[in-house]
Design a protein. Structure first.
Length: 177
C-alpha cells in the first residue's frame, strides 16, 4: 500500500499486452488502425486511479488526442473495444452482427437462416444466446438436405449479455474535460 494516491504507477505489462493484443497492436478506431499505439483510459485516470483492462484501449497519438478532447466519446470507445474484443476473441463478426440484429427485433420474432449454415453461429448456440425454431409442418428437403429456413431467436441470456456490455457505468457528463 502506498500513501501517495496521486502518484501514477505504470500500467502492468500483462494488462498493457492484453490491451494491445486485443487491438492487434493497432489503433482501435476501425477507420484509423494506425500502427503506433498508446494506451488510453476510457474513464480518465484522474477519476478512476486504476489501470483496469476493461477501461483501457489502444489508440494512436492522434485518436488519443481526439478522445481526450471528447471528439470520440466514451460510449464509442467502449463499442470499439467490445467489438474488437469479440472479433478477436469470443465471437465472430457475423455472430456479433446477428446477435445485435436479433436483439433489435420485436420480441418473439425470428430471423430466417439457411439450416445448413447454422454452424456460423455455433458459439452463440453454445452460450445459449440464440435459439433455433423450425417448423415441423412445412419441412422441405432438397437433394436430401433440409432446406426450409430455420428461424433464429435471441434468448433471455442473449439479451442480458447485450444489456451488460458495460454501458451502464458510463457517465457522459464528464466527457470532454
Ligand atoms: Zn488512430
Amino acid at each position: 500500500m502506498t500513501a501517495d494516491f496521486e502518484k501514477r504507477p505504470p500500467i502492468p505489462a500483462e494488462v498493457k499486452r492484453r490491451v494491445l493484443v486485443e487491438a492487434g497492436h493497432r489503433c482501435a478506431i476501425p477507420t484509423c488502425r494506425h500502427i503506433e499505439t498508446e494506451i488510453h483510459h476510457i474513464v480518465p485516470w484522474h477519476l478512476c486511479k486504476a489501470h483496469e483492462y476493461e477501461n483501457l484501449i489502444a489508440l494512436c497519438a492522434n485518436c488519443h488526442r481526439r478522445a481526450d478532447r471528447g471528439e470520440i466519446d466514451r460510449k464509442a470507445l467502449r463499442l470499439y473495444k467490445f467489438n474488437l474484443r469479440f472479433a478477436h476473441d469470443k465471437f465472430s463478426q457475423i455472430e456479433m452482427d446477428m446477435l445485435f440484429h436479433l436483439a433489435a427485433l420485436p420480441t418473439g420474432r425470428g430471423e430466417p437462416w439457411a439450416p445448413f449454415m447454422l454452424i456460423f453461429f455455433k458459439r452463440l448456440f453454445d452460450m445459449k444466446y440464440v435459439s433455433v425454431v423450425r417448423s415441423e409442418t412445412s419441412m422441405m428437403v432438397v437433394h436430401g438436405v433440409r432446406s426450409d429456413p430455420a428461424f433464429l431467436l435471441v434468448t433471455d441470456a442473449g439479451r442480458q449479455f447485450i444489456g451488460e456490455l458495460g454501458f451502464h457505468e458510463i457517465d457522459d457528463t464528464d466527457d470532454g474535460n
